[in-house]
Design a protein around this ligand. Structure first.
Ligand code: RBF
Length: 162
């Protein structure tokens, strides 16, 4: 059992029929790229087809909640709904209160979105005090949390016969 990270799944999940969206912010790009790759590769490992992993971006983490809503609704309208969305962002504390406000509001709104949209919206936002903490959590020296978010999306999109 991993101390940090999801560790073992409760059973094996088949992602072959799923369509999963990844919506990432572009701030802190090196870290974002690694998290997106971690999630993407884990989705492939669990059978999600490459063409059913839809990746889109927004400027920063603040844009993730609204972007996720619009991203999901766009595919609903086209008759090719996403079964889950993984919003990915990296917030790093600076010298103002910006970090505190954004962390709180973005986290709360991402949680609300699952209920609003009726589908799993995974919490793929790192809220770190330093660049080094973010790198460690993005597979750049430590465990890649993006992989856990990919697994969480597959489990949540499969488990409750949504
Ligand atoms: N976006 C992030 O995704 N991560 C950050 O660490 C981050 N830091 C920011 C710091 C400041 C002072 C400002 C003004 C914006 C920051 N943003 C960050 C961008 C923010 O999420 C958003 O894209 C912009 O504020 C435009 O709405």
């Amino acid at each position: 059992m991993a101390i940090h990270g999801l560790g073992q799944l409760d059973k094996t999940y088949d992602g072959s029929k799923l369509r999963i969206g990844i919506l990432h912010a572009r701030w802190n790009k090196e870290i974002i790229d690694s998290l997106v790759k971690g999630a993407h590769d884990k989705l492939l490992e669990f059978g999600v087809k490459e063409e059913n992993i839809i990746i889109e971006s927004v400027p920063g983490s603040f844009e993730l909640p609204f972007g996720t809503k619009k991203f999901s609704e766009k595919w609903d309208k086209q008759g090719k709904p996403l079964d889950a969305v993984i919003p990915i962002g990296v917030l790093i504390k600076g010298s103002t209160m910006h970090f505190e406000y954004i962390c709180d509001s973005v986290s709360q709104k991402i949680m609300d979105l699952s209920f609003e949209l009726g589908k799993p919206i995974i919490f793929g936002v790192l809220t770190c005090l330093t660049d080094e903490q973010a790198r460690q959590r993005a597979g750049l020296g430590g465990h890649n949390h993006g992989a856990d978010w990919g697994l969480a999306a597959i489990e949540m999109a499969t488990k409750f016969d949504l």
